[in-house]
Ligand binder design. Structure first.
Ligand code: ZN
Length: 500
């Protein structure tokens, strides 16, 4: 609107005040033709100026300095690493042992401790240096028996999984009418109307970071209005009747109510009953409870550096998992990728100048005590950590690394340069941000963090479900992840120059 007014004003100025006129007398065509042309150009100019910021809404990233590292000397080593990773079945066969023979590994479980013992003895057999455990006390939540039934209008059993850290129900369960909401705003509008009822959140998946708020806060937000239990639609874009568990948190200022995940199918079914005014009633039974904290451990192994052994390149994953499925992608794969990267380098006789340290953290899923304990136990040498990489996005086709947005520009330029060694397997991207839950505590102390980035298309399909099993892992993609991790870790650890 303002533009039209400006153009009209411009036209009148040109046509009647005639600032561009040279002759005193002009024909009518000349007198108006020129102002029309000028006005047209004026209109295009102001429109173009206004639309420029809309065309590029994100600010241009700061230009990177030229890399200060030279990678030519690493091409041969990178090729050897990639070749060896792709012709070895060690990563897959170890993940097969972990998933098929040990199984899922929730904190406090004997499975997790058996897995830790196995990893330590295998790492020693691999000939890695300084293989050890560091004790961590972990929360011990147990699920027990659980069930969800629709009582009316049509009796039916519904698939469910209690959320980690939830309290249980009385032995006879909680029977109440369900009220289905699509989001927190709908809940807030209903307010006290949900008192005495079971709130069902049927929030469609947007992305993990956004939608997970229903799993984390749903129980306490419903309890605030007097709800007696809560159910959360599983945090996933797709479902084949698969409920997804995961951690939840209680707001200390609200009463604690039990909370479980339901499938997308169940959430939509309950939504339809609710919308038709059929007042569905449910019975939720959960035996979930906390036992006293249990003893667990982080597992550590190294490839000791030859020239600067006190400088550390840390590669890691978390060894615990939820108590359903096999914890194959989350995060058996990530743990094996870090471990196998170091073993492969050892086998190839590639011992870098700096130390490569493998850490398999305990208790990422429901406490993060492993990542916190590592930082606390290594405060003295925290400044000696050159780079910390976490692999916790599944063992899918690698794309490269996500480097923390806060990393110095020189580090970004250098990692981009090093990643060129991975162009042949398509894993040469350095994404604008990255990190990991377990390396978070040390990143807050200034350590530069990165994630192994993989094709995430199907990660949340089976995440935290009984379907996170070995058959979902492609051996070749897992081997490519090992190659990607090993090439980056080796090169950064061996640079003559500093990464910064
Ligand atoms: Zn994970």
């Amino acid at each position: 609107m303002t533009n039209i007014f400006l153009c009209l004003l411009y036209f009148f100025v040109c046509a009647f005040l005639r600032p561009f006129s040279v002759a005193k007398e002009e024909s009518l065509q000349v007198r108006f033709l020129l102002p029309v042309v000028f006005t047209f150009i004026f209109a295009i100019t102001i429109t173009a100026q206004q639309s420029t910021p809309l065309a590029s809404p994100t600010p241009t990233p700061a230009p990177l300095p030229p890399p200060s590292v030279k990678i030519d000397g690493y091409r041969a080593a990178a090729a050897r690493i990639i070749g060896a990773a792709l012709t070895s079945d060690r990563a897959y066969s170890r993940l097969a042992y972990l998933t098929d023979h040990i199984g899922n590994r929730l904190s406090g479980s004997t499975n997790l401790e058996r897995g830790i013992e196995w990893a330590v003895s295998e790492m020693k057999r691999d000939g890695l240096d300084n293989v050890r455990t560091e004790k961590v006390m972990v929360p011990h939540w147990v699920r027990g028996e659980e069930s969800l039934e629709l009582l009316t209008p049509v009796p039916r059993k519904l698939q469910m999984l209690g959320l980690g850290n939830s309290i249980g129900t009385p032995a006879e369960g909680i029977s109440a009418e369900a009220v289905v909401v699509r989001n927190f705003e709908e809940l807030d509008r209903l307010g006290e109307q949900v008192r005495g009822k079971i709130v069902v959140y049927n929030a469609p998946y947007v992305n993990y970071g956004t939608t997970v708020s229903y799993r984390l806060q749903g129980a306490s937000r419903a309890a605030r209005y007097g709800a007696v239990a809560a159910l959360v639609r599983s945090i996933t874009p797709v479902s084949l009747q698969t409920p997804h568990t995961g951690a939840m948190n209680y707001d200390p200022n609200q009463p604690k109510i039990p909370v479980a995940a339901v499938t997308i199918e169940a959430a939509e079914f309950l939504q339809r009953l609710n919308d038709r005014g059929e007042h569905p009633t449910l019975r939720l039974k959960m035996e979930a409870k906390f036992l006293p904290d249990a003893e667990s451990a982080n597992v550590i192994a190294e490839l000791k550096g030859t020239e600067k052994p006190d400088e550390i390149i840390l590669i890691s994953g978390h060894f615990d998992s939820w108590d359903v499925g096999q914890g194959a992608h989350d995060d058996g794969a990530g743990s094996i990728i870090a471990w196998e990267a170091a073993r492969l380098l050892k086998e190839l006789g590639l011992r870098p100048r700096r130390t490569i340290r493998v850490v398999l953290y305990t208790n990422e899923e429901n406490g993060l005590r492993g990542g916190t304990a590592y930082r606390d136990a290594h405060r003295e040498e925290i400044a000696k950590h050159v780079l910390a990489i976490e692999s916790d996005s599944g063992g899918f086709r690698p794309e490269g690394f996500g480097l923390a947005a806060t990393a110095p520009l020189q580090v970004r330029a250098n990692m981009r340069e090093i990643a060129k060694l991975l162009a042949g397997i398509g894993a040469d991207q350095i994404a604008p941000d990255g990190g990991g839950a377990d390396i978070g505590p040390m990143m807050r102390e200034g350590v530069i963090g990165a994630s192994l980035d993989v094709d995430g298309t199907h990660y949340f399909d089976t995440h935290h479900t009984p379907a996170d099993t070995l058959d979902k892992v492609n051996p070749r993609e897992l081997a490519l992840c090992v190659a990607t991790m090993a090439v980056m870790a080796y090169t950064v650890a061996d640079l003559r120059e500093s990464l910064k």
